[in-house]
Write a protein that binds this ligand. Structure first.
Ligand SMILES: Nc1ncnc2c1ncn2[C@@H]1O[C@H](COP(=O)(O)OP(=O)(O)OP(=O)(O)O)[C@@H](O)[C@H]1O
Ligand SMILES: [Mg+2]
Length: 1248
């Protein structure tokens, strides 16, 4: 039989064999073993061959089959083309069993990870389904094509009153949920729609608006219509064609729909943020100015066209640098006049049509109460801006002060602009070509002086004027819209937030800087709302939900808005300087935040062009979604949107009161600052945006929130085309992957017992009304047929798992019918519960009857005993003599014993007198049985006394005789002993000699043991250091991964060149594969196992064992992260084995050779159906040195599982002994026999 000891010897014995040279190549000669391994690796139990998702630069994730566990991850063969690839563990994820399976809610999948999320979206999108959920968050993927009936009135009706999950996922379902929660919780709600440009945010926002207005707006009459008509106005003035979206909103908005007490639409309010004014003067190639400019040219009636002196887009400086093509609907007619489009080509778009949109705009303006005169003013102003842009300047050679003048050939444009803006031509010229300054002397303000401007300064002033007029006009329009949708009272609102998502381009300027700051804030809000608060609530309510890590971006927000050192404050400080420059600002920003993790110099970018920038030309900011490099060239100017004095004075002189009013009115959402000093009269753009954002977040904090994450499926704006990598990056940027992790273990829906009870209270029948809130809630859940694992009871609230929203919502529904149904069900359940109680009562009575019968029997027994007692008392005296006599008889037997021990001569002397005494005794006993009279009893008493004395005398005489005999015996024995002692002394001397030899051998063994322990402790310390280093590297890798994704998307979408990556230093994980002189990084899993089984080189064997188990540990870590039921402990060994690793002193006790055996009981997870208690199992392990050699798992109702290293490693405990909790667990260590007997008992082979 091969016991454990034998095995250990077999594995470790070759210590004395000659050391071979390092064997750097995997063994090739052991064909037999290889064959065995191949069989193992293909076996059904093995994890090899399983299909997993692996990261892919093009598709996000592709499916592949595991072929080997290599140094830092897997070796795999792709399913598509059987190509062999390597992937790290964090790039590999578990798949669903059926790759083509899809779910409406991603949380309903078995494996929740980013790969299954992406695949689910892909499968649904391929089936024409653009929406899905991650718990309560809606994911919407732009189809880039209208879907028939998808947003029709019938669809709107079908979603009304339906809970999330009851119907196909839809933006209408989220809208309905928001509405119902507003009514139910009496709390305003907001729907945060986010996503990249072109992802479909504005279309989603319009759908929400329509849903709410169509369902609950009929009574609002014209207000409902006006609310819906706000879009054509906002889109005409605030949207433009960009490279990413033909109808891109260049501003952010928060649209609030207010509701009256009775739940109908009462009115609305729109807040807007950060209109991109730079677009008014300049657009990138192939982008356009705001739609209104083209609509005006395409749609203006001929007479007005003449009056406004309009012309082809190519004739205007503010239009000609970008695309001058008009948009038409593919099926549209009529089109703009031929002479207005002669040089322009048409672009088609289903959403934008300049000609028709102009007519729509006019209608919408009229409906919003903007009079014809006001409309004329708007057209004039827009045309005026176009003409203003055509004014050019040149050096005024006649001016000794170096000023400029309007070029003669653009005087006409100046005339048109002046006319359309109600200004005097000459005044306008003066205003544009010079600025007014007020001289100050000793703090006293002096006369105004006119300072001539250089041509480029005048051009900058012209553009600033155009931008300011446009942005003021936009503010005024929003204010006018707000006036047209007033509400007198509001019992709550639903706000829809539509702001640009996190964005990055090859060149990023101040606009992206602000937008990305806004997204940092929103991401932080999302983290707080969904991740942090959620986890805090679980803790408060005492729910057992493991902690979810998410990347906190608080430090990035601080980088932007910290006092004094924050980028916004530094930018504002720069404006105050007499010679403000962007370089100075950039330098200050780097200096003030020298060691800030979130800020770096452009040199650190992955993009070639950024690396070529100087340190004082750019900021590389590490955002939550990846690093973005900002070019700071125009930051200072863009942050300060103030006009110089002469232009302000010029506008004040306009003959159009409306234009003057635009500049005086306070339509600005941010308050004007009272800052003194000529330069900073009002808040800077950054400061204004910062305070607007703060106000917005305050609002969001006071509302219930719903999130819609819009996804752009491809960069080409192609219908139904799914670009996996781009979509994955957006899902990650939106923080969906961390939500997945939380949702997997969390409970997204909840309500308090009290509110649940009060909802139902008024309708409850008396028997239910009597129950307390908690009990009533329990009643309700049982009535709904919910299983225990679907919900958890906290201290004050009940929580539901993701995917159980339908039941939750049904319970929370306040319509009479559902409530009555539920109450009836709860009542039914209560009756059944009471019936069960009654049954229990009857059963208890039966039990009582049995108990009474049992006690009756017991009473009878007591009576019998009592009677016996009385009788015994009556016969006590006779009995006493009888017993004494019996005892004496017994004593007499001792006499016989002593007699037998005497030598033969004494026996002959005493024999006859002993016999006669024994006979007397016997006859006395017989006599006592017969006597009954007291006198007779007294006589036998005397006879007894006499005999007793006789027996005593005989015993002492016999004892004396025995002593004498013994003395003779002692003398004989002493002699014998002396002989023996002499012999033993001789033997001891021989043994001492032998012991000395053994002690020397032991000293030698201990020295070898200590040497090994020192090696082991050093190895463990090395492993701990490596683990710490790995953690650090992992954090850096995550940031690098995000950065790489951002830059590779730029490379694919915008063709940006990436900088060559410097050769990476070997990571610590790689070094962990080098074991002393052996580099095992190229060894396959099977090679390692092979070497362990066959190698004669002890050092190589140890190195292979370490590497083999290191790989197993990382692999098992991955496996547990990717298992479907993550809250269950690993099945390889009980939880206790994985807890509380041993201390270093205990570690030192782990001997390399020792075989140790352990036994641990564990709760198996299942429950006994009869008792309802948890079932327990037993786990046995045999460790040969540091690693598990054999293990037995005994689980109730399952066949015993016997596993052996070398065959079943993937299913066995992979930890080295000192990293398990076994050494610390009292009573866990057992004897070899105990283990072996179990092993054989359950069918283990002796030769395993
Ligand atoms: N649900 C939808 N059905 C059909 N087409 C859609 C849908 N959503 C978006 N689109 C198409 O995508 C285009 C871009 O959508 P939208 O303007 O809503 O994007 P956005 O996220 O608001 O972008 P931006 O940030 O640039 O404003 C729309 O013009 C339309 O053609
Ligand atoms: Mg938009």
């Amino acid at each position: 039989m091969h016991t454990g000891k034998a095995v250990s010897q077999r594995r470790t014995k070759p210590r004395d064999l000659a050391m071979n040279l390092p064997n750097l190549e995997p063994p090739k000669n052991s064909q037999k073993h290889r064959k065995k391994m191949e069989i193992n690796t293909d076996s059904k139990n093995s994890d090899f061959g399983q299909i997993v998702w692996i990261s892919d630069p093009a598709d996000g994730f592709v499916a592949a089959r595991v072929t080997d566990i290599s140094q830092d991850g897997f070796t795999l063969a792709t399913l598509a083309n059987n190509e062999t690839v390597q992937r790290r563990y964090d790039e590999t994820f578990a798949t669903e069993e059926d790759l083509a399976k899809s779910a409406e809610d991603n949380c309903a999948l078995m494996h929740l990870n980013e790969a299954t999320l992406l695949n689910n979206c892909r499968v649904r999108y391929a089936n024409g389904k653009i929406y899905s959920y991650v718990a309560n968050i809606l994911i919407s993927i732009n189809p880039y094509q209208p879907i028939d009936g998808f947003y029709s009135s019938e669809t709107i009706k079908s979603y009304r009153g339906k809970s999330l999950g009851q119907m196909e996922p839809h933006i209408f379902a989220i809208s309905d949920k928001a509405y119902r929660e507003m009514r139910r919780n009496k709390m305003s709600q907001s729907i945060i729609v986010s996503g990249e440009s072109g992802a479909g945010k504005t279309e989603s926002q319009k759908a929400v608006l329509r849903y709410l207005c169509e369902n609950w707006g009929a009574e609002a009459g014209p207000i409902q219509q006006r609310l819906l008509e706000t879009n054509p106005i906002l889109e005409a003035f605030g949207n433009a064609k960009t490279l990413r979206n033909n109808n891109s909103s260049r501003f952010g908005k928060f649209v609030q729909i207010h509701f009256a007490e009775n739940g109908t639409v009462a009115g609305g309010f729109i807040s807007h943020y950060l209109l991109e004014t730079s677009r008014v003067c300049r657009q990138a190639a192939n982008e356009r100015n705001y739609h209104i400019f083209y609509q005006l040219i395409a749609g203006m009636p001929a007479d007005l066209y003449q009056k406004l002196a309009l012309g082809l887009p190519e004739t205007f400086n503010y239009l000609k640098h970008g695309s001058t093509a008009f948009f038409v609907h593919p099926k549209s007619s009529p089109r703009p006049n031929a002479e207005r489009t002669s040089k322009s080509v048409f672009s088609t778009d289903t959403m934008v049509d300049d000609y028709q949109d102009f007519a729509r705009l006019q209608k919408a303006l009229t409906l919003s109460g903007i009079s014809n005169d006001e409309q004329m003013f708007i057209w004039g102003t827009i045309a005026g801006i176009l003409h203003l842009g055509n004014i050019e300047f040149e050096e005024n050679v006649g001016d000794s002060r170096g000023g400029c003048r309007v070029t003669p050939n653009t005087e006409r444009s100046l005339a048109h602009a002046a006319r359309l803006l109600g200004l005097e031509e000459e005044e306008m010229k003066l205003g544009l070509c010079a600025r007014i300054m007020q001289a100050t002397k000793g703090g006293v303000k002096g006369t105004l002086i006119r300072v001539p401007l250089k041509a480029h300064e005048a051009a900058a002033g012209r553009d600033a004027l155009a931008k300011t007029i446009y942005s003021k006009l936009f503010d005024w329009l929003v204010a006018a819209i707000n006036k047209s949708i007033p509400f007198e009272t509001s019992s709550g609102y639903i706000g829809v937030l539509d702001v640009a998502g996190f964005e990055f381009f090859a060149v990023n300027s101040f606009e992206q800087f602000c937008i990305n700051f806004c997204n940092e804030k929103l991401q932080n809000f999302f983290n707080e709302r969904i991740l942090k608060q959620e986890q805090e609530l679980y803790a408060e309510e005492g729910l057992h939900v493991p902690k979810i890590e998410f990347s906190d971006n608080h430090d990035c927000i601080q980088l932007f808005e910290a006092k004094a050192t924050g980028l916004f404050d530094l930018l504002d400080e720069e404006i105050k300087l007499p010679r403000a420059t962007f370089q100075h600002f950039t330098q200050r920003a780097h200096e003030a935040n020298q060691k800030h993790f979130r800020l770096d110099t452009p040199r650190k970018s992955k993009i070639k062009a950024h690396r070529e920038m100087r340190d004082d030309e750019g900021l590389l900011i590490r955002h939550y979604a990846g690093s973005v490099c900002y070019e700071t060239r125009y930051f200072v100017e863009k942050n300060n949107d103030q006009l110089h004095n002469s232009l302000e004075i010029l506008i004040e002189q306009s003959s159009f009161p409306l234009l003057v009013a635009l500049f005086n009115s306070n339509t600005d959402p941010a308050p004007i600052s009272s800052k003194t000093g000529g330069k900073l009269k009002s808040l800077t753009v950054g400061a204004k945006f910062k305070s607007q954002l703060a106000a917005l977040l305050e609002k969001l904090n006071d509302t219930g929130t719903h999130f819609v994450r819009c996804i752009k499926p491809n960069n080409q704006m192609k219908a139904w085309t799914f670009d996996g990598a781009a979509i994955l990056s957006q899902l990650q940027c939106a923080g969906i992957t961390s939500v997945l992790r939380l949702m997997q273990q969390g409970f997204p829906s909840r309500t308090s017992f009290a509110s649940l009870y009060s909802t139902y209270e008024s309708r409850l029948p008396p028997n239910l009304a009597r129950l307390d809130a908690r009990l009533f809630s329990k009643c309700l859940f049982h009535a709904l047929g919910l299983e225990q694992r679907d919900f958890q009871f906290g201290l004050t609230k009940v929580f539901f798992r993701a995917g159980k929203f339908v039941e939750f919502d049904m319970m929370m529904r306040q319509d009479a019918e559902t409530m009555t149904q539920l109450i009836a069900k709860a009542n039914g359940w209560l009756i059944k519960a009471r019936w069960r109680k009654a049954q229990y009562g009857a059963w208890s009575v039966i039990k009582l009857r049995n108990k009474i019968a049992y006690r009756f029997e017991a009473a009878k027994k007591i009576q019998a005993w009592t009677r016996g007692c009385l009788v015994r008392k009556r016969f006590a005296k006779r009995l006493t003599v009888y017993r004494k006599s019996l005892a004496l008889w017994e004593q007499a037997k001792e006499i016989n014993e002593i007699l037998n021990n005497l030598n033969d001569a004494s026996k002959a002397t005493w024999g006859s007198s002993v016999n006669s005494t024994t006979c007397d005794l016997e006859s006395l006993v017989q006599t006592i049985k017969k006597v009954s009279l007291p006198q007779e009893i007294a006589e036998v008493g005397k006879a007894y006394e006499k005999l007793a004395k006789q027996v005593d005398a005989m015993i002492s005489a016999l004892k004396q005789q025995a002593k004498n005999d013994e003395m003779a015996e002692v003398v004989r024995r002493r002699k014998e002993a002396e002989d023996k002692e002499r012999r033993e002394a001789e033997e001891r001397a021989a043994a001492e000699k032998e012991r000395e030899m053994r002690r020397k051998a032991e000293v030698e063994r201990e020295r070898a043991q200590k040497e090994y322990e020192a090696q082991l402790v050093a190895q463990l310390e090395k492993e701990a250091a490596e683990r710490a280093a790995e953690k650090k590297v992992a954090a850096k890798k995550e940031q690098d991964r995000l950065d790489a994704m951002v830059s590779s998307r730029l490379a694919t979408s915008d063709g940006v060149a990436l900088a060559p990556e410097p050769a990476q230093a070997q990571t610590s994980t790689a070094t962990s594969s080098s074991h002393g002189k052996y580099d095992l990084s190229n060894w396959k899993y099977a090679d390692l196992r092979d070497a362990i089984n066959t190698s004669q080189d002890l050092n190589l064997l140890v190195a292979c064992k370490e590497e083999f188990h290191r790989r197993l540990r990382i692999y098992n870590d991955w496996k547990s992260k990717n298992s479907a039921k993550r809250d269950e402990p690993p099945t390889r060994a009980p939880l206790a084995v994985y807890n509380q690793p041993s201390t270093s002193t205990e570690v030192a006790l782990v001997s390399p050779k020792a075989n140790r055996y352990f036994k641990v009981s564990f709760v198996s997870g299942g429950t006994d159906k009869r008792t309802g208690t948890a079932q327990s199992g037993m786990w046995y392990a045999h460790f040969a040195g540091r690693y598990c050699e054999r293990q037995i798992s005994l689980r109730p109702f399952l066949m015993p599982q016997l596993l052996v290293a070398g065959k079943d490693d993937l299913n066995m405990c992979e930890l080295p002994l000192e990293q398990t909790g076994l050494l610390r667990k009292k009573g866990a260590e057992i004897s070899e026999q105990e283990f072996e007997s179990q092993w054989l008992h359950y069918g283990g082979k002796t030769n395993f």
